[in-house]
Design a protein around this ligand. Structure first.
Ligand SMILES: [Zn+2]
Ligand SMILES: [Zn+2]
Length: 707
């Protein structure tokens, strides 16, 4: 393309514009206006504000200027780059297909020369006398071509510009072109340049190329992601990376960009100071995938730290406290896993499952799923189930196989968790490892970060046990929800819990006992959901309207009045025959009516994956037992208020009317055991302090034995 310049490289008009020759373009504004005015060609003159380029360093006004440039003919590689891009795993996939894919399809040659001083010099020498040009690939080649320079010459400007070659065609002097290389070419050369390839480290390069993944901001599509790919394909025909994780922005809680002006920017130092680096890392990874914009909530960091690290610390310190008391170490012989109780085998089976899942998620770059898998395991299964239900095994006095099995199990769980969490929470993982492993194992790696990532095989998995225990947890959770919904305290025993899930009939008796204990019910039964719930239909007007037009209200009325049995009859096919006045019998589908369910009288429903129904009716015996438990709970508060040790035995008096006296007698041994009473007297309310509990008037006293 020919260039026509009226301004020279210093910004002054040339002799081609005689009226202003020698004048700087910005100083020529007024003379130019005058020139037009004199010639009577000025249409209008005004000042207005518009964008203008300035030098970022010295603020000089700049002008656009056509220059000669060096190009890499990347259009020749377009098809290769598109083919290679299809092999790259992009997170999110849309960036690879759309943003980056379209950018490659519209590829134009890469202008790589820059008219700057600092930078990688263009390695091209031009002849003064003829058209000869030569591109130099190494120091050696430069010397072979006749370049004369010291061995330690810094091959940057200005020194490199002193190196001249002699032309092989005309023997004229060859000088380096003055430009330097686009910095994106430097960063795109990283896979090669970092090993000084191809001059050195060919083996290492071969082992490490291409990289498994690269990670950068989403704005790098036209920057680093592209320059790496272009140079990789140019040099090897392949993409230099197999996967890209492109980070999205961290926004404020409402989804706005963080800015100083809005004052909505989070202060990372404050968070690191207060919550620690692990808490921030965990929050950012568990909250949403890195390639989705994060709506950052400051309190979310605190909450996730409390939930995960608080729980993990409690479990770890529980373990350490009792292991120290019992002087248990990993060297103590413990029963083989297959010999351990159900709960131990279950938590280890789940540990192996969680380890395999987490590992796979990380291999798939699904870091958020990995964090959430670990989170559920730590909170719901380890802390809230395994440790809570096992406390007594650690508390109890005697050492033995059962206690050693419990220690060995919990120790293994904590150590494996440290390894599983290490990539996400490097510090807390290391702390766990340094506490639980290094003091006891001279052969252990010095750091958790030097250990192999857990890769359990399937041999210890007991999927049947996982299934039944999982069901036990689900049933318990559903029943708790039902209790909450009905406003019945857990201390109040209930008659029966129905599990409304045919699979749950597989729940073995020991698991049923666990549920009874957790939920405080006398009996557990299994039956089809329809026995304890009523169903009705709710008309869906947007779907019915077009079909029935003006008669839609009649139709809706008929649908609503369909009785329980009729709705249940059509439940499976989601199709109901409805007799509609003035129209006749019509088939109504699941799209036209929604099934609504409610418990039958005397039942409370709960649970998502596994539905349960609690019989909420209280018999006099259940009410009596519930009251006794309230009473015991009250005595425990009194013990606490009096500052008694948990092992202190007490003398207790309960005074009440005759009916309640008889009731307390029926529960005498329970009260004695729970209150730790060496003496329990039940009699007329003539001594002790008056105490009204749930409208029952009592007189009670509680004293420490021997006082
Ligand atoms: Zn400047
Ligand atoms: Zn020449």
């Amino acid at each position: 393309l020919p260039k026509f310049h009226t301004v020279n490289e210093r910004g002054h008009f040339t002799d081609d514009v005689p009226e202003f020759a020698g004048m700087h373009v910005k100083e020529a504004d007024v003379p130019i206006i005058k020139h037009f005015k004199i010639a009577n060609r000025l249409y209008k003159k005004e000042n207005y504000t518009h964008n203008y380029p300035f030098c970022w360093r010295c603020d000089s006004a700049l002008i656009y200027y056509a220059r000669d440039s060096w190009y890499l003919e990347t259009t020749k590689l377009r098809e290769d780059m598109i083919r290679e891009n299809e092999k790259i795993q992009w997170f999110p996939a849309a960036v690879g297909e759309n943003r980056f894919g379209n950018w490659l399809k519209g590829n134009i040659d890469w202008a790589i020369s820059r008219d700057r001083y600092w930078g990688t010099p263009m390695p091209i020498w031009e002849c003064e006398g003829c058209d000869e040009k030569v591109c130099i690939g190494s120091r050696e080649e430069l010397r072979e071509r006749g370049g004369n320079f010291e061995d330690d010459l810094d091959l940057h400007r200005p020194a490199v510009d002193e190196v001249t070659l002699s032309c092989s065609s005309c023997s004229g002097q060859m000088n380096r072109v003055k430009s330097v290389v686009d910095v994106w070419f430097d960063s795109g050369s990283m896979p090669f340049a970092q090993w000084h390839y191809p001059f050195e480290n060919k083996d290492r390069f071969g082992d490490l190329f291409p990289a498994n993944f690269i990670c950068e901001g989403i704005d790098q599509s036209r920057g680093w992601f592209y320059s790496l790919l272009a140079i990789g394909v140019m040099e090897t025909g392949r993409s230099p990376y197999k996967a890209v994780l492109s980070n999205e922005l961290v926004l404020d809680e409402q989804g706005r960009k963080m800015s100083k002006r809005l004052g909505n920017a989070a202060d990372p130092w404050e968070i690191l100071e207060k919550e620690g680096a692990d808490a921030l890392r965990w929050y950012l990874i568990a909250n949403s995938p890195p390639w989705v914009p994060t709506k950052f909530a400051r309190h979310g960091v605190t909450e996730s730290a409390r939930k995960i690290f608080g729980t993990l610390r409690n479990v770890a310190s529980f373990f350490v406290t009792y292991a120290n008391v019992d002087e248990w170490t990993p060297a103590v012989a413990s029963p083989d896993v297959s010999e351990r109780p159900d709960l131990d085998r279950w938590i280890l089976s789940r540990l192996d499952a969680v380890a395999a899942e987490t590992r796979q998620h990380l291999l798939d770059y699904q870091v958020t799923r990995a964090a959430r898998t670990l989170s559920t395991y730590i909170q719901d299964e380890l802390s809230n189930w395994y440790v809570r239900r096992n406390r007594r095994r650690f508390w109890k006095g005697e050492r033995g196989d059962d206690k050693n099995a419990a220690y060995a199990t919990l120790h293994e769980v904590l150590v494996t968790l440290a390894k599983l969490m290490a990539p996400i929470t490097p510090f807390i993982s290391e702390q766990l490892y340094q506490t639980l492993v290094t003091p006891f194992d001279g052969d252990a790696q010095d750091s958790v970060h030097l250990t192999a990532y857990p890769n359990p095989d399937e041999s210890r998995r007991d999927t049947q046990l996982e299934k039944t225990m999982g069901l036990t947890l689900a049933v318990t959770e559903g029943a708790r929800a039902a209790r909450t919904a009905a406003g019945i305290k857990v201390r109040q025993p209930l008659g029966k819990l129905w599990v409304l899930d045919t699979e749950a009939t597989e729940l073995p008796l020991p698991m049923q006992e666990i549920v009874k204990e957790e939920i405080n019910v006398k009996e557990i039964g299994f039956q089809a959901a329809d026995e304890v719930r009523s169903v009705s239909l709710k008309p869906n007007f947007p779907a019915l309207g077009p079909r029935f037009g003006g008669k839609v209200n009649n139709v809706a009325k008929a649908i609503k009045s369909l009785d329980d049995a009729a709705v249940k009859a059509g439940l499976k096919e989601k199709s109901w025959d409805v007799d509609i006045p003035e129209i006749g019998v019509e088939k109504i589908t699941g799209a036209e009516a929604t099934v609504q369910e409610s418990p039958q009288d005397g039942f409370v429903l709960g649970g998502d994956s596994t539905q349960v129904a609690l019989e909420s009716a209280l018999t006099p015996a259940l009410e009596e037992e519930g009251f006794v438990r309230e009473l015991v709970h009250g005595f425990q508060s009194i013990r606490k208020d009096k500052g008694l040790e948990i092992t202190d035995r007490v003398r207790v008096f309960i005074g009440a009317d005759e009916a309640w006296q008889a009731a307390f007698e029926r529960h005498r041994s329970f009260i004695e055991a729970e209150v730790l009473a060496s003496e329990l007297r039940i009699g007329e309310p003539t001594e002790g302090d008056p105490w009204t509990l749930d409208d029952v008037k009592l007189h009670v006293s509680l004293e420490r034995e021997g006082s």
